[in-house]
Design a binder for this molecule. Structure first.
Ligand SMILES: [Zn+2]
Ligand SMILES: [Zn+2]
Length: 252
């Protein structure tokens, strides 16, 4: 071990004595044996409080089904009209602990939470997504006005962690949000679709032929925003658009 690494280790142990590591969500002190590699400071109780999505679910939009007897199958909405994206993959249902964590990240500015949530999403992506050579990670962009209001784009923060951990190229400039839209929550189904219609554009239209894009967002509540981004990407020639979100609502 180099002298620099040993010094860093001593320094971080010293910091741990002065400021014992706490769970990023509930603030409880973490047990001595927690995974102290700086990537997962979430306590086991909080992790247990994240509701995982289990089969059966729709293999396209990811909607979980209530009956545990069935196998995975297309939901009625996807059967009627296939979305532009290929899949929405999410490790968790948008409820309980993960919802609380996403709220802290987005609305209370606790951006350090991406250091814990990003690696959870990265290991899920490795399991679920077929990442071919030359695929790109793109965050769902915020409108410049919303970006000024919030100060950061949580999807870009997550996408950045994913790109590093998965060693995939990050592109956060090509896809832009050109319409300032209302939040999707509280709108009716039809209004939600109209709300995000033509809200995105690609700055460069030539380099997309045959590409696979991993589109990253924190949460999918209706799927319309992801679908609208996917529409633009597919029209530009992308072969596949995989949407990767931390959590999704139980039904669209
Ligand atoms: Zn906790
Ligand atoms: Zn579906």
């Amino acid at each position: 071990m180099s002298i620099l690494l040993s010094c860093q280790k001593v320094f971080s142990s010293f910091i741990d004595i002065i400021y014992p590591p706490r769970c990023h969500i509930c603030q409880s002190f973490l047990a001595d044996d927690y995974n102290n590699n700086g990537t997962r400071p979430i306590c086991q109780d909080c992790l247990n409080n994240f509701s995982g999505i289990e089969s059966p679910f729709c293999p396209v939009c990811g909607t979980p089904f209530e009956s545990m007897e069935e196998e995975d199958h297309l939901c009625e909405a996807c059967l009627r009209k296939r979305p532009f994206y290929d899949i929405i993959a999410a490790p968790y249902l948008y409820e309980g602990g993960i919802m609380e964590a996403i709220h802290l990240l987005k609305y209370a500015g606790k951006t350090h939470l991406v250091e814990s949530l990003g690696p959870l999403l990265a290991s899920f992506a490795l399991e679920k997504l077929d990442m071919t050579d030359g695929c790109l990670i793109m965050p769902v962009p915020l409108h410049p006005k919303r970006l000024r209001e919030r100060g950061f784009n949580q999807s870009l923060l997550l996408a950045r962690v994913l790109a590093t951990l998965l060693d995939v190229e990050l592109d956060f400039l090509s896809l832009r949000r050109i319409r300032y839209t209302q939040p999707q929550t509280g709108l009716k189904t039809d209004e939600r679709r109209k709300n995000v219609s033509r809200a995105f554009e690609l700055t460069e239209k030539i380099k997309w032929k045959g590409k696979t894009v991993i589109l990253v967002d924190d949460v999918a509540t209706t799927g319309n925003t992801l679908n609208e981004c996917a529409r633009v990407l597919k029209r530009a020639g992308c072969a596949k658009v995989f949407c990767l979100v931390l959590a999704r609502a139980s039904g669209f």
